[in-house]
Design a protein around this ligand. Structure first.
Ligand SMILES: Cc1ncc(COP(=O)(O)O)c(C=O)c1O
Length: 423
């Protein structure tokens, strides 16, 4: 019997390099408990405790940095939003928006300090809609080589539309200058970067990149998904903190991480909001963030604008300082720490997965991140510190990491090659 098209398709997919790489590790780690991917969480408890795969562990893998996912006011806004709007408004925003959507956009803009914001269903969809929408055939799109996957995917769509797309070396203003100087003629350029590199917690040199961009007719497009709510005054993010204005920047923020709601947004002028509504296919042809979550976004804006933000931030800073100081004493190769993301270099892929499993067995879930999310052989244990972690949980994780040092040879500042995380 000849193979069916379905079987042929699956066979073809299994030839893919990345699929072969992942399947190799699936064989080495045959159940999800030891592989620590595709985990199923059965229950979330207070203070980042969760029940997963029959075990109670402390979750150090949450992007809800401020702990607002369990805030009673946020939960109440979602509940009353369901009563007001139902589960879904059932239309693309190209036709209509609910009042909660325009309220959330206005509140976001007032908090962020931009004229306007435009909400998308996610940051991924913002990048995949706005990036190709912003540039045309006479323009240039320049992308940091390590920009988030969703920026790279947006750039692929732009390229397929005939836009010239060039990458520049990671976080390198001189690299950016070189590619812009050598690019020849262009009408205008957009330079797309992350505001926080989410696998390493590293920040780009925004002021220098902006100086290069400004001098060469280029606008910065900064995906600040991981900076939203946690960097700068009132958590307004990396751009305002580093540049003091949005004059040459389109800033993209997340509503799913520090905000603990759902969605993404672009902070911009009224003019760009109007233009992006016309030019973003993911906005026009897709559905919106569901209304109850937009009510929650309004509540989170109020919290960030209030004096309470400083208390939340102080709790997060205290936890982050405790963790960072503890790590420093171990001599490990660590990146991040300016934001609540801290990455500890392991290197080898198998060691990285084993390291995550070791900590899990001790009662702490951290993310084992391997290629392709980081360069090959630059695997890291990625730890997200949250405001609602307990001091004893952080002490416990540090003790578990000390035990891990005895079980797996982790690179130290003395033994490691220069950190390859930003290679
Ligand atoms: C820089 C960056 N952009 C986009 C995303 C994806 O965001 P979303 O889940 O809203 O699509 C992430 C996720 O971690 C990210 O780090």
């Amino acid at each position: 019997m000849s193979d069916s098209p379905m079987r042929l398709l699956a066979g073809a997919l299994r030839q893919n390099g990345l699929v072969r790489f992942i399947e190799h590790f699936n064989k080495l780690f045959p159940n999800s408990r030891s592989h620590l991917k595709d985990l199923v969480v059965d229950r979330m408890r207070p203070n980042r405790v969760m029940e997963v795969e029959g075990r109670t562990v402390v979750n150090f893998g949450s992007d809800s940095f401020l702990g607002l996912d369990q805030d009673p006011r946020v939960l109440e806004a979602i509940k009353s939003g369901v009563e007001t709007w139902g589960a879904h408004n059932g239309a693309s925003r190209a036709f209509s928006s609910v009042r909660a959507n325009t309220d959330a956009e206005d509140k976001l803009a007032a908090w962020l300090g931009t004229e306007a914001t435009l909400i998308y269903p996610s940051v991924t969809l913002a990048n995949m809609g706005a990036i190709p929408g912003l540039v045309g055939k006479q323009d240039l799109l320049v992308v940091d080589e390590q920009a988030h996957n969703s920026i790279q995917e947006g750039a692929k769509i732009a390229k397929a539309n005939g836009v010239r797309v060039i990458t520049f070396s990671h976080c390198d203003p001189r690299g950016l200058k070189k590619v812009l100087d050598e690019a020849g003629e262009y009408r205008v350029a957009v330079v797309a970067i992350d505001g926080v590199y989410s696998m390493t917690g590293e920040l780009p040199p925004l002021a220098e990149l902006n100086e290069v961009a400004l001098a060469r007719r280029a606008v910065l497009y900064v995906d600040d998904a991981h900076g939203t709510g946690v960097i700068g005054a009132k958590g307004r993010g990396t751009v305002l903190d580093a540049l003091g204005s949005y004059d040459n920047t389109l800033v993209i923020g997340s509503l799913s991480k520090g905000f603990s709601c759902a969605g993404g947004f672009i902070g911009c002028t009224h003019e760009f909001k109007r233009l992006l509504k016309m030019r973003s296919n993911t906005y026009i042809f897709g559905g919106p963030v569901v209304p109850p979550y937009l009510e929650a976004v309004c509540v989170v804006c109020d919290i960030l604008e209030s004096g309470e933000y400083d208390l939340l931030r102080a709790r997060l800073d205290r936890n982050l300082a405790q963790f960072a100081n503890g790590l420093k004493n171990m001599g490990l190769v660590v990146s991040g720490g300016v934001t609540p993301i801290v990455s500890v270099l392991v290197g080898d892929e198998e060691d990285t997965l084993n390291g995550g499993q070791f900590l899990f067995e001790k009662g702490y879930y951290v993310q084992s991140v391997t290629f392709p999310a980081v360069p090959y052989h630059a695997g890291v244990l990625r730890i997200q510190v949250n405001a609602n972690h307990l001091t004893e949980s952080i002490t416990g994780l540090l003790n578990a990491m000390k035990a891990l040092q005895g079980a797996i040879k982790l690179p130290t500042a003395m033994t490691a090659a220069p950190p390859r995380l930003a290679a």
